[in-house]
Design a protein around this ligand. Structure first.
Ligand code: GLA
Ligand code: ZN
Length: 687
């Protein structure tokens, strides 16, 4: 049977609802409006700790009881949050240890949210206690479909307080056992940093190890601090998770992630979540590919299972310099885009716009006008009706991709903390370059982590695989030996998991697989470029240009300028039944498209079977009984798409024969369905 996030009968539709901010008379009106908009799921209780626990010894659930009764009576499903994303003011006053200390060493006062030190004993005690109390009190409600722990962990930044410093030392001791091992992995003989006692270790912040511009002096220390901090927050999450699970073992538990959020190792976090949920807030200038990539990583950390789009804005946000309206049709288009990439929900922040504080101008289903006669309400209600009509279609289906982009948080941190070789070197940028090229061709892609199973893919792109963690090199070799195509780039294979350089020549442990040796790397300033010609087209080489020697690989293209003209810039090494490619510089869009197209075609990895103009995205989700083809027109013009397989239009069953076309209006969406039998792997699902 296909896997559902919870016992869903349809795509969940609704979002964050804060009735506690409103007099009770308003609630009935909310219920009427929810019915009009086809809202079926609400996320409650995200920031109510202060009212649920008015003092250390008292809890007061009276209001939440009423809210639960109200939404239950009205047939709504509930994602019940634990409210621990912001602590009460009394707690901060009584226990200042709960307050965070910034990177610059400044102790915070009460205020904001995501404001608790993750290593505060008081925070851990009272947050898990609150979670348990909520589970005890509300666990019997049949309409609670999921628990939502805290909110956007890490959103308040990292804590650099004394509690954290002490906990960091313990974390290190547990990890490294001896101080001499710690000195080794941090390379402390540099700048006389040798530690003789765990208590000599200090936090890597402005007051200690800052190098400037986000870089640090000892990447090993900073890297471990990131890992430690991500683990500290994860421990807080797990405390609540365990407290709830013990009481309601059958209700799935999640917390809302944030896509490519750098602060937490989501690859690790997702392993502790019953399902992944996330908040998608693209800024005005984000491209469809970039938005899609956010969904991809969230599906990826969840091992490909469907996820929940927990939040998006119906129209505006409140935190951009220019909070532009989502143009008519865009909210619908982006909602289907989330589904097209694996979401089994369309949920929003928020249901009713608050009247005070910093989110009073953030978009909502119900605007300050207070009624249904608004553009945003109309658009949401129409989408709500469409999703209701889909019923159980799509739910539980998955994306079957044979191409993957490798993305790893430790690697991200290590690249970003490194002083040198270029201030323009950003891991996510290069990962995006490869992803965008695959996206442009509608080639299904998974974004996977280092510990995922490589064998289900035919091609793996691993841009800037700077850090090669233990075993990853061997697994990549096995993957290629068995026929896989592996592609990596400049600034790969340099270091081990401690950010210690692997000596003997770059790309370290990947050297044999790639059949090359990189001797030097030239950082070009912004705007500067070298060039190369490959298969008749000339491309730019930018950012970092590796000077490399062949050790078995063949050169496919050469630099054309500078003193390293005629040295290889693109190589391919045949290894076992597969091949390992090396791209020695950053290049341009046309190159990435050509390269990914060629490698995928060689590997038999095909795009979604449609002929679509640029700007029209196509994805396929499949399950045992059906394949669903999503066509999304991201352009402001009408577009025509030719379909290569027989299918029917999901919404009305109209047949669409292979070879015929579908016209999509500006920002239009179409979903086609192809029935599928268990052993039928041709057609839409035969990607
Ligand atoms: C985040 C939070 C919400 C809300 C929105 C506003 O996603 O989880 O509580 O603040 O941002 O964009
Ligand atoms: Zn702290």
């Amino acid at each position: 049977m296909y896997e559902k996030v919870w016992n869903q009968t349809k795509i969940a539709f609704g979002g964050d609802y804060n009735p506690e901010q409103w007099p009770e008379e308003v609630w009935d009106e909310d219920m009427r409006l929810f019915r009009l908009a086809h809202v079926d799921t609400v996320t409650l209780n995200v920031f109510s700790w202060a009212s649920l626990q008015p003092s250390e010894d008292t809890y007061d659930f009276a209001k939440l009881d009423k809210i639960m009764e109200c939404v239950t009576k009205n047939g709504l499903k509930v994602v019940l949050a634990t409210s621990t994303g912001a602590h009460p003011a009394w707690m901060a006053r009584k226990y200042p240890e709960i307050l965070m200390t910034d990177y610059n060493g400044m102790k915070r006062k009460f205020g904001g949210r995501h404001n608790s030190c993750p290593n505060s004993f008081v925070y851990r005690k009272y947050s898990s206690r609150l979670a348990a109390k909520l589970a005890e009190r509300y666990g019997h409600y049949k309409n609670i479909v999921a628990w939502h722990i805290s909110n956007e962990y890490g959103g308040g930044g990292e804590c650099y307080c004394e509690n954290c410093e002490k906990a960091f030392r313990k974390w290190l001791e547990k990890k490294y056992g001896t101080i001499s091992e710690l000195n080794r992995v941090w390379n402390t003989s540099f700048w006389g940093h040798t530690f003789y006692d765990w208590d000599e270790i200090v936090l890597p912040n402005v007051l200690s190890e800052q190098f400037g511009d986000g870089r640090t002096m000892f990447q090993g220390i900073s890297l471990d601090y990131r890992r430690f901090h991500s683990d500290s927050l994860l421990e807080c999450y797990i405390l609540e998770y365990d407290a709830i699970k013990a009481i309601t073992p059958d209700i799935p538990i999640t917390t809302n992630l944030m896509g490519f959020f750098t602060g937490l190792d989501y690859g690790k976090w997702a392993k502790h979540m019953d399902f992944v949920s996330w908040d998608n807030y693209p800024s005005n200038d984000m491209l469809p590919a970039e938005i899609a990539m956010g969904h991809e990583i969230m599906r990826g950390v969840g091992s490909g299972r469907p996820f929940i789009l927990m939040e998006q804005t119906p129209s505006v946000t409140n935190w951009l310099p220019y909070n532009a309206l989502k143009r008519p049709g865009v909210m619908r288009l982006w909602s289907y885009q989330a589904i097209a990439h694996g979401s089994d929900s369309v949920m929003f922040f928020q249901m009713r716009r608050s009247i005070g504080a910093c989110e009073k101008y953030h978009g909502a289903l119900i605007d300050h006008a207070g009624h249904e006669h608004t553009r945003v309400f109309r658009e949401m209600a129409e989408l709500g009706a469409e999703l209701a009509a889909l019923g159980g279609e799509v739910i539980g289906s998955r994306i079957e991709a044979r191409a993957a982009v490798l993305f790893d948080w430790d690697n991200w941190w290590a690249v970003e903390y490194s002083a040198g070789p270029s201030c323009m070197l950003h891991y996510l940028d290069e990962a995006r370059n490869y992803y965008k090229a695959l996206f442009a061709q509608n080639i299904p892609v998974d974004i996977i982590g280092c510990s995922d199973d490589f064998s289900k893919y035919s091609v793996i792109f691993a841009p800037i695989l700077y850090m090669v963690k233990p075993g990853v090199d061997t697994r990549l070799c096995e993957f290629v030996k068995a026929g896989g195509r592996f592609v990596t780039t400049y600034f790969s294979g340099y270091v081990d998991e401690h950010d210690l350089v692997v000596t003997g020549g770059y790309p370290g442990k990947l050297r044999e697989l790639l059949g090359i040796w990189v001797e030097e790397s030239d950082a070009l300033p912004e705007g500067a470029s070298n060039h190369f010609t490959w298969e008749g087209c000339r491309y730019e080489a930018r950012l970092l240009c590796d000077l490399l020697h062949l050790e078995g690989a063949e050169a496919l293209a050469f630099y054309e300028e500078d003193f390293y003209a005629d040295m290889p810039v693109l190589t391919r090494n045949t290894y076992g039944s597969g091949s390992a490619w090396y791209v020695a510089a950053q290049s341009e869009e046309a190159f990435y498209e050509k390269l990914t197209e060629k490698i995928c075609a060689d590997a038999g990895v095909r795009p979604v079977p449609v002929i679509a103009p640029r700007g029209v995205e196509a994805t396929v989700r499949t399950r045992e009984d059906a394949a669903y083809l999503f066509l999304l027109n991201h352009t402001m013009q009408e577009q025509t798409v030719f379909v290569r397989e027989d299918a029917t239009v999901l919404s009305d069953g109209t047949p669409v024969a292979a070879g015929s076309s579908i016209t999509l209006p500006k920002y239009g969406v179409a979903i086609l369905k192809q029935p599928r039998q268990a052993n039928n792997v041709i057609g839409l699902s035969g990607i």
